[in-house]
Design a protein around this ligand. Structure first.
Ligand code: URA
Ligand code: SF4
Length: 201
C-alpha cells in the first residue's frame, strides 16, 4: 500500500525528535491540496498556528491569502502550505539549526508526495534550506531556481530543470512585508506573478 500524505501527517503528529516538542500545543504539519501544483513553505508556527494546528492563520497568513488572491487568483485550499519546522519555537524565537535539520525530513516527504510544479519559499529559513545556500532572501528573490532534492550540486549550476521539474521561487516572508511596507510588498507581488506564470508553464 502506498503511503499518502495523511499517513505521514498522522506519524508527524507524535513527533518528539527535537526539543520543540516540549513546549508546543500541537504539531502544525501543513494544510491544503495534496495534489497541488503550488506549495508555500514558511518558517514555523506562531502562537495562533500552534493553537489552531494550522499554518499561516495569523496576521502573516491573512496577508498571504490576500496577495495570493490578488496576484494569482488562488485560494489556500488550491495549494499546499507548510513550514520548515512543524512545532512552534517558544516566544517566536528563530528555529535553531539543529531543529531545522531534524525536522527537514517531514518537509522533504511532503514535497516528495505532493511533487508541486512550484515551491514558493517565504523568507530566509525555507529559501536557504531548499536552495541549500547561505545567501539571504533579498539577493535570492527575483528569479526562479530548479529544485532537486537529491542533487544539490546541480542546483548551484543553474540547470533549467531538475528531475521532477519543480522550481523554487523565493520571496519575502509576509511578516517582513508587514514590517517593511511598500517596496517588499511590491517585490513579493512580482514574485507571486512569476510563480503564477511558472505554474501555467
Ligand atoms: N509564520 C510562518 O512562518 N509560518 C506560519 O505558519 C505562520 C507564521
Ligand atoms: Fe518533530 Fe519537527 Fe516538531 Fe521537532 S519541530 S518535534 S522534528 S515535528
Amino acid at each position: 500500500m502506498s503511503l499518502i500524505l495523511a499517513d505521514v501527517a498522522a506519524e508527524a503528529a507524535n513527533c518528539t525528535k527535537c526539543e520543540l516538542a516540549q513546549k508546543r500545543t500541537q504539531v502544525v504539519f501543513g494544510m491544503g491540496n495534496p495534489d497541488a501544483d503550488l506549495m508555500f513553505v514558511g518558517e514555523g508556527p506562531g502562537a495562533e498556528e500552534d493553537k489552531q494546528g494550522l499554518p499561516f492563520v495569523g496576521r502573516s497568513g491573512k496577508l498571504l491569502d490576500r496577495l495570493m488572491a490578488e496576484e494569482m487568483g488562488l485560494t489556500r485550499d488550491l495549494c499546499y502550505i507548510a513550514n520548515v519546522v512543524k512545532c512552534r519555537p517558544p516566544d517566536n524565537r528563530d528555529p535553531k539549526p539543529e531543529e531545522v535539520d531534524t525536522c527537514r525530513s517531514w518537509l522533504e516527504r511532503q514535497i516528495q508526495l505532493i511533487t508541486p510544479r512550484v515551491i514558493v519559499t517565504l523568507g530566509n529559513f525555507s529559501s536557504k534550506l531548499l536552495l541549500d545556500t547561505t545567501t539571504g532572501i533579498t539577493k535570492l528573490r527575483g528569479r526562479s531556481y530548479p529544485f532537486d532534492s537529491t542533487q544539490s550540486d546541480q542546483r548551484e549550476q543553474n540547470y533549467p530543470l531538475s528531475s521532477t521539474g519543480t522550481v523554487i521561487i523565493p520571496t519575502f516572508h509576509p511578516a517582513a512585508v508587514l514590517r517593511g511596507g511598500g517596496l517588499p510588498e511590491a517585490q513579493m507581488r512580482s514574485d507571486l506573478v512569476r510563480a503564477r506564470m511558472a505554474i501555467s508553464g
